[in-house]
Ligand binder design. Structure first.
Ligand SMILES: [Zn+2]
Length: 89
């Protein structure tokens, strides 16, 4: 099992397995997953989801959306659009 690897984004830091609240925009709704296993770069903050987590979310969410946008979140881009959404659950 890989616990850390060279960051593919900055090529300097190392991505280590951490437990964080993972948040992303998925279509027009915000997807939030607490206590999620995420590989996080200690240099640039690049985040990558482990494949097993990714495949899990792929089942939970609509597979029609491009999953690549999930794993290549850019930390420098702070644009966040909150839209009014009806409560679910
Ligand atoms: Zn990095």
């Amino acid at each position: 099992m890989i616990e850390s690897f060279e960051c593919p984004h900055c090529m300097v830091g190392r991505c280590r397995l951490t437990h964080q609240t993972f948040t992303c925009l998925y279509g027009n709704r915000i997807f939030c997953a607490p206590n999620t296993e995420i590989y996080s770069c200690d240099m640039c903050g690049y985040q990558e989801l482990p494949h097993r987590v990714l495949s899990l979310y792929d089942n939970l969410l609509k597979p029609s959306h491009d999953v690549a946008s999930l794993i290549s979140s850019k930390p420098a881009d702070n644009k966040t659009h909150f839209k009014k959404s009806s409560r679910v659950g």
